[in-house]
Design a protein around this ligand. Structure first.
Ligand code: SF4
Length: 174
């Protein structure tokens, strides 16, 4: 793609350059320590529910409400309460140490049908392109999340930085 038309404003998903400059993305050192929020919010819009969602004050919008959210990676405990609260579906929870070979990736999901725990699914990136096969570890439906379901997948560790959602599973025959 032409460099001039890359980026969230043109494609609907962040470019590598935007993510590299994003103040909500934790360092590789913090990622290696265990579950942490990955806030891939790159567009300056008036929005701040993420900051209020964290009970530990790990997310801050510095200055005016259009600034990008900053993650204090040492304060983040990996609880994930921010994940379903972002209207931009831009917050993920990544645990690089889920198992010897797998990471877990948690993301908000607003499609039907929902997957079931244990199902093998196709994990996709921000662009909706297939990245790898994944296993559903958890499907969290909470009334307080206003209809946003949070899915947790186990993925090969090398894909944890890319997997950001999944393809809906096939509809069941009636
Ligand atoms: S709630 Fe989502 S879109 Fe809004 S500022 Fe926070 S990360 Fe960005």
């Amino acid at each position: 793609m032409n460099k001039a038309v890359e980026g969230v404003l043109y494609t609907g998903f962040p470019s590598k350059e935007e993510l590299a400059a994003c103040p909500g993305v934790p360092t590789a050192e913090r990622m290696a320590k265990g579950p942490v929020a990955v806030i891939e919010c790159v567009q300056r819009i008036p929005c701040n529910p993420c900051a209020g969602a964290c009970p530990f004050g790990a997310i801050a919008i510095p200055g005016d409400i259009t600034m990008l959210p900053e993650l204090d990676e040492e304060l983040c405990t990996g609880g994930g309460s921010c994940v379903p609260q972002c209207p931009g579906l831009a917050i993920f929870l990544v645990n690089m140490n889920y198992s010897e070979e797998e990471a877990s990736v948690e993301f908000p999901y607003e499609y039907l049908p929902l997957p079931e725990k244990g199902m093998e699914v196709d994990a996709v990136n921000w662009a909706g392109e297939q990245v790898c096969s994944a296993r559903v570890l958890r499907v969290q439906e909470k009334e307080s999340n206003d209809g946003t379901v949070v899915i947790r997948l186990a993925v090969p560790r090398e894909y944890a930085g890319e997997v950001r959602s999944m393809k809906p599973p096939p509809k069941k025959e009636m």
